[in-house]
Write a protein that binds this ligand. Structure first.
Ligand code: R5P
Length: 293
């Protein structure tokens, strides 16, 4: 029977208070649909606007990369400090606890190994499986200037179409071939093409000269890859410089999982990316945490 006795009836309609229409915090993302925005807000922290993505998808073309021989031992303990895990669905299903809190960016392109021409990738994931696995975004390699440039762009645009149908974001990863110059001019070209063709955010490399021009003319957020292992202070300085010049976070792998103290390093990276700490203070934090074991 309906519970009709003693119903509270003093309704308050707040007629004089205009309803606020909240904006969306992320660059270039205000006009997306609700589900897509919600997924992006699970990658990028709405408070800082930035993300610490822990990247460990390297095995999809290079096998057991140094530091990733045993993901259960090296990566799983770091999960609590990541906003997002960037990984393959194989490792996800085999080794990552389903109760993990970070959002997921699934590697969605692949094909050639390090023994072959890397730009010759295909889409390597069905969107239905991405939905089943609760992915927030799909990552696809884009080889601007590479041998299979057009095919990689086509992979991107197909994933964007499939992702939009389900409210899943697409992360375009700008891959640089061996013969290409890694400078701001190249990254302006590569990141802008990815954004124009529909990627909701783009991963690229930090460059010392003119990185702010790369972020400035890319209409969607940019995150930087960590790249090869650097001394910890240098990696923290790179992250700090990138954030100050308009990046919205890092997608960092080797500089975390190949560090002497990976748990200390990811926390120091967070201090830079979310807390605005200077590299020197973040390095101090790294050393303190490292010494605490
Ligand atoms: C490499 O191909 C993968 O996409 C990695 O996720 C990416 O390069 C970031 O990892 P790292 O910081 O080690 O460069």
């Amino acid at each position: 029977m309906a519970d009709l006795d003693g119903v509270k009836d003093n309704k308050e309609f707040h007629t004089g208070v205009p309803q606020e229409t909240a904006g969306f915090f992320l660059k270039g993302s205000s006009h997306y649909d609700w589900g897509l925005k919600n997924r992006l807000a699970r990658i990028f922290d709405p408070k800082s606007g930035n993300t610490v993505m822990l990247a460990f998808d390297h095995g999809y073309f290079q096998g057991p990369t140094t530091g990733l021989e045993r993901v259960d031992l090296s990566i799983v303990p770091l999960i609590p400090w990541a906003d997002t895990l960037m990984l393959t669905r194989g490792v996800l299903r085999s080794l990552i606890p389903p109760a993990s809190r970070p959002s997921l960016v699934l590697r969605a392109s692949g094909g050639p190994s390090i023994l072959k021409e890397l730009s010759n990738e295909e889409i390597a994931l069905d969107i239905e499986d991405a939905v089943r696995l609760n992915a927030a975004a799909l990552a696809v390699q884009v080889f601007i200037g590479g041998e299979h440039e057009t095919k990689s762009i086509h992979n991107l645009t197909r994933l964007v179409d499939q992702g939009l149908r389900h409210g899943i974001a697409t992360l375009a990863v700008t891959a640089v071939g061996k013969d290409m110059v890694r400078d701001a001019k190249y990254f302006r070209l590569a990141t802008r093409i990815c954004a124009e063709l529909g990627a909701q955010y783009v991963k690229t490399y930090y460059v010392e000269e003119g990185f702010d021009t790369v972020t400035s003319c890319c209409p969607v957020p940019i995150v930087i890859a960590g790249g090869k292992k650097l001394p910890e202070l240098d990696a923290l300085t790179m992250a700090w410089n990138a954030i100050r010049q308009g990046a919205n976070g890092v997608d960092m792998g080797r500089n975390i999982f190949q560090s002497e103290a990976p748990a200390a390093m990811i926390q120091a990276v967070r201090a830079v990316v979310h807390g605005g700490e200077t590299p020197a203070r973040a390095f101090e934090l790294y050393n303190t945490l490292k010494n605490q074991g």
